[in-house]
Design a binder for this molecule. Sequence first.
Ligand code: PMP
Length: 420
Amino acid sequence: TLARYAARNPTSARLLDEAATAMPGGNTRSVLFHPPFPLAMSRGEGCRLWDEDGHAYLDALGEFTAALYGHSNAHIRAAIADALSAGLNLSSHTAREAALAREIQRRFPGMALLRFANSGTEANLLALAVAKAHTGRGKVVVFEGAYHGGVLTFGGGPSPMNVPHDFVFARYNDLGSVQALLADHGPDVAAILVEPMLGAGGTIPGDPAFLAGLRALATEHGVQLIFDEVMTSRLSFGGRQALLDIAPDLTTAGKYLGGGLSFGVFGGRAEVMARFDPRRPDALAHAGTFNNNVLTMAAGLAGLTQVLTAEALDALNRRGDALRERLNATLADQAVDMQFTGLGSLMTLHATARPVRSPADLAGTDGRAKDLVFFALLERGIFMARRGMIALSLPFGDAECDTLAAAFEDAIRTHRDVLP
Ligand code: PMP
């Protein structure tokens, strides 16, 4: 399969080699790299992608959730063109910025007041800064194998996210491990930073009781509970917090909320976020030339007000649930010990049939089996994340789900003998 992949994609290989003369490893987003080389895409439309060697794919990855609207939504294109024609850099606050802020505020119970940034990464760093300023404490509880807990470290090296922070590590879906950390470090802990469902860590949902327990522990210890909803914000209009009726102190999001352009947002309880009011003597600074860049504001606003209706989001989540069940039924029928976990339009393939409640449950599972499925699906015209993640977009309809499910069944049947 790998030899066929290399033979099929000479242009992608050459482009990465050329890029590597200017960028270490030939790219500028670590998550995209995988051996022997990742595909270089040249074009996208709706939920379809074309690579530099001319192959067409169904895009089941959707830019790791940021491409919720697909690649060429007419409303978003029109909004960007409109903003562009009014001038790019206005050196001022704008009406669009306020309108987008109010749309997000209206949806997320945990964001009474909010501010914008250029990425989810920035939003998280700012939320941590708020939590530290508000509590006067320094430590942050994060989760092993979560986005903030080192899932993106390759070969065991540190992630830059880790460097400036005094992180202490708990285990996901294990409230006792958080309790123990707080018993040891409580008076020094500023925040618990948690994804309501692990994203990069394998779309592993947090148990409602675990997340509610974090809320209670945070209150008890005077710790700020931060929900990172960068990936989960699409699970309902108000993210997973609205589904579970849990109010974190701070929330971060981004991805599709910027309409497919670079974006981050962080927000929280009014008295906490009020620290950013520049009229206050103790104001926290939060500058950033592009925090309100007009293209993102326009695209984000158009997406939320013209495209993402409640019905559209509901349908997407139902389509995702149905697809996940169907893919899991294929695995069960073929007696393959693999499964997809996830919620709604988000899912990840794991090489185990045992329950997966935390990344620790994936230790020792067969990474080669996942690779095999990934490359077999590429050959069949399905593009997903190498780590096994699927994030459906709005244009990814029932017909596309049928195509994906058929390709998956064929791939599993073909390689059944070497899968767990
Ligand atoms: N938090 C989570 C849970 C994420 O999955 C990601 C990125 N995939 C981020 C934060 C960072 O967002 P960005 O890529 O926009 O910096």
